[in-house]
Ligand binder design. Structure first.
Ligand code: GDP
Length: 295
């Protein structure tokens, strides 16, 4: 299960703290050292782990905690609050424009789950009362267009495609089509590559320029840990993403990506993929994730 090892290590550290009556600064420091190690083992970015534990120490060593009747529990409460904050605080909603369809570009490396999440997101938004439309702009792999058509149909969301045409033209045509047919959300499935290259970035920049999206969501695989964070950083620098969809949280991910993406890129995780089925997507709630990690 995701975060299992991190959760176990954190609860061991907190168990010792909670068993003490009064806490000394040394008790807090020892616990924070354990927390930092647990975070590093979970593949959390080094700087993020260091700053995180420092913040908690600073708050925990304050008189409010040290003199309270249940100092150990107060520390755990602080960790919960700071974990929530680290992952973005509140839930991050899709930014809807004041007029015209909400255009969402979905980007990511091949295999991250981009196509699946285009369909999952379409289905989720449809359930919320929207009229989304999927756009097949991954024109380099012939199978990709077909894959989107098949899963779009399963998800009950229409797919706009022009075969192996020019992705910039396809996106523009798709937006026009959406306006004509009253689709209020346009989800553009862009091409993925095995690695980030200039050609991929230029194409994405050109689509961005052509359709002026409200959202550029990067789909990243949580199982790849720090690599997911690095990829997010590079995409953000080149493309200015507006958020992240973190996939495969149902696997045995150690948690590093979930805990570091926001701190490293400044961009929130908006959705989480939690399985292979089309309903396995949720709005990302930092507070619920923090509680899950803390057990
Ligand atoms: P793309 O190349 O980025 O478009 O990736 P796909 O959407 O084709 O997904 C790659 C693989 O990951 C497929 O086998 C999906 O079923 C699987 N996958 C996608 N999202 C999730 C998820 O949240 N959990 C799990 N377990 N598998 C997923």
């Amino acid at each position: 299960m995701a975060f299992e090892s991190l959760s176990d290590k954190l609860s061991a550290a907190f168990k010792r703290l909670k068993s003490k009556g009064k806490l000394t600064e040394d008790d807090v420091k020892t616990a924070m050292r354990e927390v930092r190690l647990a975070l590093l083992e979970a593949d959390v970015n080094y700087k993020v782990a260091k700053e995180f534990t420092k913040k908690i120490s600073d708050r925990a060593i304050g008189s409010e905690v040290m003199e309270s009747l249940t100092p150990g529990q107060m520390v755990v409460k602080i960790v919960n609050e700071e974990l929530t904050e680290l992952m973005g605080g509140g839930e991050a909603r899709l930014k809807m424009p004041s007029s015209g369809p909400c255009i969402v570009m979905l980007c990511g490396l091949q295999g991250a789950g981009k196509t699946t999440h285009a369909a999952k997101l379409g289905r989720l938004l449809k359930k919320q009362g929207h009229r989304p439309m999927l756009v097949a702009c991954d024109v380099y792999r012939p199978a990709a267009v077909k894959q989107l058509q098949i899963i779009g149909e399963q998800a009950g969301v229409p797919v706009f495609e022009e075969g192996q045409g020019n992705p910039i033209q396809i996106s523009k045509d798709a937006v026009r089509h959406a306006r004509d047919y009253g689709n209020d959300i346009v989800l553009i499935d862009t091409a993925g590559r095995l690695q980030i290259d200039d050609k991929l970035m230029d194409e994405l920049k050109n689509i961005k320029e052509a359709v002026q999206p409200s959202e550029i969501l990067l789909v990243v695989d949580s199982m790849t840990g720090q690599e997911a964070v690095n990829v997010s950083k590079i995409f953000d620098e080149k493309l200015e993403i507006t958020g992240v969809i973190l996939t495969k949280l149902d696997g045995d991910t150690r948690g590093g990506a979930a805990l570091s993406v926001k701190a490293v890129t400044g961009k929130p995780i908006k959705y989480a993929g939690i399985g292979e089925k089309l309903d396995d997507i949720e709005v990302f709630h930092p507070d619920r994730m923090a509680s899950r990690i803390l057990g």
